[in-house]
Design a protein around this ligand. Structure first.
Ligand SMILES: Nc1ncnc2c1ncn2[C@@H]1O[C@H](COP(=O)(O)OP(=O)(O)OP(=O)(O)O)[C@@H](O)[C@H]1O
Ligand SMILES: [Mg+2]
Length: 321
């Protein structure tokens, strides 16, 4: 364990890792909400979630870009708690120049956050500090325990210290069940952003001026205003050539994208796949889906549908008639 009263004065190194070198586009409303939350004189819990590749990390990186005390951590896919803590510690070492960290091996999250509170939060009194936990579903190794521990540190140490805690995750079901609707964080979340595709007006920035509005609209209808996909469009190629290359050539970047997204969001669950297979054929109401899948129309099925909608795979609407 580390020494609580370590006299070594900490130096905070290059806290934020900005990976992006592309031009940031849009998200004006989301940035406004984040800045408003940052400006408040107390600590805040901010949750950012949404489907994979929609731009959550990019949005957060844009938000923290010029903020002095930002500590950005990201979970690693498929790692167990031990691997997550090791990865977290090595990221912390790059942000905090503390010799203690060279020898310490944290054995649980409690030790990690005790260190973080004593050595980082408490050494920045009166300062705003942003703590970002990205890919929180991986950091938590799919379990609730990490959220319960975060709640403890939030209630007892962080909220009074002007900590801006940003929890970000891509698996809709984990984020909804264990973060947004968790008993642990109940009543504590100040800002919740379910990130969706860009607005059509924001998406325009991805296209050259030579492309017509009709052509852009066709791309947006197919690619759903997801910045990651719009980046793939080669401005020098025609619409047909782009679609052919991206979707139908063997090495096309959109080839099998739906399978990849499905797998990374919902893993092996066949229920999601069955729902989508049904809705692919026709528009159906809850009762009909429940009958065809032989599942009660209550909580469980509704939750699956909600997760698919949050991941922007299906859309619900109230029929006109
Ligand atoms: N607002 C934006 N402006 C420009 N490019 C963007 C924007 N948002 C996302 N992108 C592009 O899309 C890519 C994917 O975005 P990002 O990694 O932020 O998604 P994510 O939601 O965090 O994905 P994951 O769930 O896989 O972590 C970025 O690397 C960037 O190239
Ligand atoms: Mg991300």
């Amino acid at each position: 364990m580390f020494l609580r009263n370590n006299p070594h004065k900490l130096i905070f190194l290059n806290c934020v890792r900005i990976r992006r070198c592309v031009m940031f586009v849009g998200r004006k409303e989301e940035l406004r909400l984040l800045e408003e939350s940052y400006a408040s004189a107390k600590g805040s819990v901010i949750v950012v979630y949404g489907r994979r590749r929609i731009g959550k990390s990019t949005l957060i990186q844009e938000f923290v870009k010029n903020k002095e005390h930002t500590f950005y951590f990201e979970g690693i896919e498929s790692g167990n708690t031990k691997a997550q803590i090791l990865h977290f510690t090595s990221a912390l070492r790059k942000m905090v120049n503390d010799p203690v960290l060279d020898s310490v091996v944290f054995s649980n999250w409690d030790q990690v956050f005790t260190y973080f509170t004593d050595r980082v939060v408490n050494s920045l009194p009166e300062k705003k500090l942003i703590l970002v936990l990205d890919e929180i579903q991986w950091l938590a190794a799919g379990r609730k325990t990490l959220i319960a521990i975060i709640k403890y540190y939030w209630d007892n140490f962080w909220k009074e210290k002007n900590v801006k805690l940003v929890l970000c995750g891509s698996i809709a079901s984990f984020m909804v069940e264990n973060v947004i609707r968790s008993n642990a964080l109940y009543g504590r979340i100040d800002l919740e952003i379910l990130l969706k595709g860009l607005k059509p007006s924001e998406s325009l920035s991805f296209f050259s001026e030579r492309k017509s509005k009709d052509e852009i609209l066709k791309y947006l209808l197919i690619m759903g205003s997801v910045p990651r996909y719009l980046e793939f469009v080669n401005q020098k190629k025609s619409f047909n050539k782009n679609i052919n290359d991206l979707f139908f050539s063997q090495t096309g970047r959109m080839n099998n994208e739906i399978e990849k997204i499905f797998y990374s969001q919902f893993r092996g669950s066949s229920v999601y796949r069955n729902i989508v297979n049904l809705l692919q054929k026709s528009v159906l109401g809850l009762d009909k889906i429940s009958k065809l899948l032989n599942m009660p129309s209550g909580g469980g099925l509704k939750r699956y549908l909600e997760n698919l909608e949050n991941a922007e795979i299906i859309v619900s609407f109230i029929p006109y008639n």
